[in-house]
Design a binder for this molecule. Sequence first.
Ligand code: FES
Ligand SMILES: [Fe+2]
Length: 360
Amino acid sequence: MSIVDNTSSFLRRAWHPVAMAHEVGDGPQQVWLLGQPWVLARLDGELAAFEDRCPHRLAPVSLGTVDDELGLRCGYHGWTFDGTGSCTSIPALGPGATLPPRARLVPAWGVVEAQGLVWLAPEEPLAARPEIPEWGADGVDCFWNEPRTTPVSAAQLVDNFLDASHFPFVHAETFGVEEAALVVNEPVERDGWTVRTTFDTWYRNFDDPLVATGEHPEVQPQRLMKEGAAGLTVVLRLDFPVTGASFSILFACQPETAERTRIYKLMARDDLGGDAGRIASTIAAEQVILEEDLRILERYRAMRIHLDRTECHTRGDRLSVGWRRILAEMAEVAMGTEAGDVFPGLAAAEAEAGTPVEVG
Ligand code: FES
Ligand SMILES: [Fe+2]
């Protein structure tokens, strides 16, 4: 085995986005993750997540209802469940009946609403939930793109989002410039379950108003920090020395099924001053940039990444190779085996990319 795709079981040991927070009402609401359906419901004022499978005849509980007093009620034979997943009534047995101990929904290890998203961890996550540090701070505008569904696997999307060597080619119509072709990415640092680097690069600043007046050059330097972790989310920090702006992007992928991923892109910027027009045009521009990436990625025949030498790595790829090492170590822990056993070609891939990672 040397591939990672949307159904790789070791990915259960991570936090994943499963919805925008505003999309979730009282429920029950079905969401998909790693090829499995889950049900979200607000019970006793708390968001709860369970495998979407009633213990009785295995019907999707998401077809039922949420009742303030009774809790989550299955739509098939009316069994009800509380916020822990315990069955509280079986109508066919009448009131006061002894309920079978196996009459329980299977809860997720964790579910939480944070920074505009609902996150779910099927099993105990290895890494902390990714965050935008300045989310909600004074003077920071926080907003997001509409989630985009694609057949591209989440691992391919993360690999693409950690990559910097495609900018002049894929993004030539937006921010990509020839000056960004050379990848300067030292050092690549590993810190626990995260790996990051800062790229000193160049970009075409399409939303600096002083470019049009000639006060600022169109092609500007950029410091671009990218961080991958033990999951399918990337956090970016962008600093723009010419304009003084800095902002963060969180790019989170929900591997719904083998054929489908939902992409969430959230931003926190300190340079828009709450201007609704500039926020709207930023969201539109981010959508165009994402579509530029998807134009390539959606044409792949196989939606997966490889953790061996199937792909040819160079030192320009050290961040995404460092992230592949994290995936291998996740699999090692989740499956109770050696990473080298799970992905025997990974060490060769790392050698190809040069000594990739400095452990912090
Ligand atoms: S299948 Fe849910 S109550 Fe019977
Ligand atoms: Fe891109």
